[in-house]
Design a protein around this ligand. Structure first.
Ligand SMILES: Cc1cc2nc3c(=O)[nH]c(=O)nc-3n(C[C@H](O)[C@H](O)[C@H](O)COP(=O)(O)OP(=O)(O)OC[C@H]3O[C@@H](n4cnc5c(N)ncnc54)[C@H](O)[C@@H]3O)c2cc1C
Ligand code: SF4
Length: 481
């Protein structure tokens, strides 16, 4: 039973927002250890006391998976940290991950009433603290599963969408198998987001908790090659399938020089480092070439991760080239701030026009032109327009393009009747249903590149839709028996 916050609202409003502990910027720009240490216990409880426990908690409207935010904060005030993380887990099975990588500033915290005149309650940092506390003290116990269903469900892809769907279905009593093409679980959480933002150990622990629900995970299994979706239905005995294969195919700018040695897509660059251990070459087999000067093109989280990784791998100058202004950058504010602290140079309103080679066909530089903002485009952001005669050459030896990704077409091309969009995404309705009965899809595969929590929301929606589909199918079979 939760107590009531002993402080009056006027007293709560006087408490300043707590700041997280962080690794020193100079030290961390040459190591892969986690940048933010988050809140300690005192900061967490103090921050919890700032919450006004609103009658209409707008913060919950801002959370894509609908966590009972004031409910978990009240448990924090009671110092019942395990109760708090269990409350979060009722809606979100990956709290230690979301507490680290969710863009709370544009979700729950953006709608927090404290933010109207003061600063919003630091919901994400409290989420991280209670999840880490439960891990550190080894106090996790899996939820009891009361129902057991005969139907088998296949989940394709082990990113946040797939893992969430699997966890939800397992708790409803289904037999769930997750198929993953790579040798390790987690999707972008493993091969994209670097260790200094999301330690692999955290992902491993969260994954073990999903396995503890009885979920089977098969790695090195490329669906569409090792087995097709129709074989899953006809030969493997699956009754429903959730497709969550993400958007892992890079797109390129299409400028001259992209085939030179020393040009990477962000996907390849980050996969080499995060998944294949290239930062420990030659102890690991996979090499990576980092020039003295590195340019990363793009303004999102992927670009930010790539440029901060390049700095840690020894680049003396690490540039981020982005064609719009800072206000339009899609990356999280916290990540931009951290990058600048680490010495990353932001070249804003700058657009690459060609890549320049040395006599060995390696990258020697990048030609760019300055931009200015014109009228808004179809995205609602002001369109960057080239400034005539503003071209200049930046000497760089490595270039990483992080300008967007699209889904790999392997499943779509081997599954007849599955509708796809022009962008290569799988078309679904609001309940994640595809054009084929029994096949559901979500996450980046259905959205194009999005966020971890939106992928998780799709995973939850799909689990609910699969449950309804299989329950209806079961009752219609019984009715006709
Ligand atoms: C570098 C980077 C940083 C990011 N940072 C953030 C962040 O800070 N915060 C945030 O909210 N979002 C961030 N994002 C976006 C976020 O990670 C994605 O939106 C999210 O991971 C999508 O989840 P998903 O489950 O749909 O797909 P993914 O995470 O892409 O997982 C898909 C999985 O399916 C597997 N797969 C693909 N094809 C097959 C097949 N045929 N058979 C079997 N398995 C297959 C893949 O190997 C992969 O493991 C970032 C993205 C990148 C690239
Ligand atoms: S909106 Fe802010 S103050 Fe109100 S309940 Fe949510 S976190 Fe607390």
């Amino acid at each position: 039973m939760s107590t009531i916050n002993p402080l009056k609202p006027s007293e709560r409003m006087k408490i300043p927002r707590q700041e997280p502990l962080e690794q020193d910027a100079a030290a961390r720009s040459v190591n892969f250890l986690e940048v933010s240490f988050g809140f300690d216990m005192d900061r967490t409880v103090t921050e919890a006391q700032r919450c006004l426990d609103c009658k209409t908690p707008y913060c919950v409207d801002g959370c894509p998976v609908g966590i009972d935010i004031p409910g978990f904060i009240k448990l924090v005030i009671d110092k019942d940290y395990v109760g708090a993380v269990r409350k979060i887990r009722e809606a979100n099975y990956l709290p230690a991950i979301c507490g680290r990588v969710c863009p709370q500033e544009t979700q729950c915290e953006e709608l927090c009433v404290m933010g109207k005149k003061l600063t919003p309650v630091a919901i994400g940092k409290m989420e991280r603290f209670v999840a880490d506390y439960e891990m550190r003290e080894k106090l996790f116990t899996p939820p009891v599963i009361r129902d057991h269903r005969e139907e088998k469900v296949a989940v394709v892809g082990s990113g946040p969408a797939g893992l969430t769907c699997a966890a939800e279905l397992a708790q409803k009593g289904y037999k769930v198998t997750v198929f993953e093409a790579l040798h390790a679980v987690g999707g972008v959480l493993r091969y994209g987001i670097p260790e200094f933002r999301l330690p692999k150990e955290i992902l491993d622990i969260e994954t073990e908790r999903i396995k503890a629900l009885g979920v089977e995970i098969l790695t090195n299994f490329v669906v569409g090659r090792t087995a097709t979706i129709d074989e899953f239905f006809d030969e493997w005995g699956f009754s429903a399938i959730f497709l969550a294969t993400g958007a892992g195919t890079p797109t390129f700018m299409g400028i001259p020089g992209e085939s030179l040695s020393g040009v990477y897509s962000a996907n390849e660059f980050l996969t080499r480092v995060n998944l294949m251990g290239a930062y420990r070459f030659p102890d690991y087999d996979t090499p990576i070439r980092i020039g003295r000067q590195v340019a990363v093109i793009g303004g999102g989280n992927t670009a930010m991760d790539a440029v901060r990784t390049a700095k840690r791998l020894g680049a003396e100058e690490a540039y981020l080239i982005y064609r719009r202004s800072r206000a339009e950058m899609p990356a999280r504010q916290e990540e931009i701030h951290h990058a600048e602290q680490e010495g990353i140079k932001l070249l804003l309103l700058t657009n690459p026009t060609r890549i320049i080679a040395d006599d060995q066909n390696w990258v020697a530089g990048i030609e760019c032109q300055k931009m200015e903002l014109g009228e808004p485009d179809e995205s609602g952001r002001r369109r960057p327009v080239a400034v005539k005669g503003s071209e200049f050459v930046l000497p760089v030896q490595t270039i990483v393009e992080a300008i967007g990704q699209k889904p790999n077409p392997i499943i779509q091309s081997t599954t007849p009747g599955l509708s796809t969009s022009k962008r290569g995404t799988v078309v679904t309705d609001d309940g994640q249903k595809t054009s084929r009965p029994g096949i559901f899809a979500g996450g980046d595969l259905a959205r194009g590149g999005a966020t971890v929590i939106l992928a998780m929301r799709d995973g939850k929606n799909a689990a609910a839709a699969i449950h309804t589909y299989l329950t209806d199918r079961r009752s219609s079979t019984t009715d006709h028996a």
